[in-house]
Design a protein around this ligand. Structure first.
Ligand code: ZN
Length: 339
């Protein structure tokens, strides 16, 4: 299993029917229960952690350090709103000691499987569980649900890191001190990331502070750093953008003279192209600022394949495309060519 292997194009139907899924989960839980009874050297055994998104896996890796083996279910370019687990991914989930998922309906098509696995007694946690509900956004277009894209706000993500630290300490109290030290170190890096974002994003002129993307992944980012945010497709990539939505955003681009709009690594560029053509027809030239990482990180093993690298890329790209000042190579000089 490698993170790259799970990549699929959004919308393909690779999931398995619920009934079959149910039986599969049941079978693997029995297998898992038998195999986990044996090891006498449990204290030296590494925890097996499975996270749904790369961002959660990255946080868990930083906190757990060498005390766990962490896998991410979804690799680069995978859209969590549409993700369905394959047979081998269900096996991976049922063999984990701990499962961390985002929650807030980010993984809309995985909730059924996660609920069944949790009902069997396995430790399954939504990492956003302890974030104050007052803090969460409830956009009107997603009536009755909270916006799940909390990783776009580093101080909110720090709460997630603390949550993971506390759950790991509950499960492996003998390593609590290590988890606390690792978490403190990572939280310091998140704080540094937030300070960099504040510094470079405030250089974007007021009238240009609008982030237009394919779907609404940037609401928390916009609230934190004072940008208006417009996603063509709404909160989930499941909804289709209408011609009227595109017309409305074209009008906004033309009236505010927005210099750039952004594409996303997990969402089709089709609607963004329609915007650019619409604006051009009305005499406003608008370019594609950069491909932003919205719901998944870059390739494993690269800087953009980490949470901090992903956010650094987004922050730096947004600042530069909208007329602000930021170093071309980002916060640490690590944003080189490519991804
Ligand atoms: Zn999203």
């Amino acid at each position: 299993f490698g993170p790259g292997k799970t990549a699929r194009s959004p919308g393909t139907e690779q999931g398995i029917p619920i009934v079959k899924l149910h039986i599969l989960i049941f079978a693997f839980l029995i297998l898992g229960a038998c195999s986990s009874a044996s090891p006498p050297q449990a204290r030296d055994k590494k925890l097996k952690i499975v996270a749904t998104t790369g961002m959660i896996a990255d946080a868990a890796k930083h906190v757990a350090g060498d005390r766990a083996k962490v896998s991410a279910l979804m690799g680069p370019g995978v859209d969590p709103h549409l993700f369905k687990a394959s047979r081998s991914e269900i096996v991976l989930l049922t063999q984990a000691d701990i499962i961390f998922y985002n929650g807030l309906f980010l993984e809309g098509k995985l909730i059924d499987a996660l609920t069944r696995i949790a009902a069997s007694g396995k430790k399954v946690f939504a990492v956003t569980e302890k974030i104050d509900r007052q803090y969460l956004l409830e956009p009107p277009e997603f009536a009755g649900h909270y916006d799940p894209h909390v990783w776009m706000d580093p101080p909110a993500w720090a709460k997630v890191v603390e949550f993971i630290r506390d759950r790991l300490a509950d499960i492996a109290p003998e390593n609590a001190h290590t988890f606390a030290n690792n978490a403190a170190h990572y939280l310091e890096q998140l704080d540094q990331l937030n300070r960099y974002a504040e510094q470079v994003l405030q250089t974007v002129p007021g009238e240009k502070r609008i982030i237009i993307t394919a779907h609404d992944a940037f609401n928390y980012f916009g609230r934190r750093y004072s940008f208006r945010v417009r996603g063509i497709q709404g909160i989930s990539t499941e909804s289709e953008a209408g011609i009227q939505d595109i017309e409305n955003i074209v009008s906004l681009i033309v009236s505010a003279k927005i210099p750039a709009v952004f594409v996303e690594s997990t969402v089709s560029e089709r609607n963004i192209r329609a915007l650019i053509e619409g604006a051009a027809a009305r005499g406003q030239e608008v370019s594609i600022g950069a491909q932003l990482y919205s719901d998944a990180m870059g390739k494993p093993g690269t800087y953009r394949g980490t949470y901090i690298g992903m956010l650094d890329h987004n922050i730096t790209s947004i600042a530069r495309a909208l007329g602000g000042t930021a170093p071309e190579t980002g916060m640490h000089g690590k944003l080189g060519e490519g991804d």
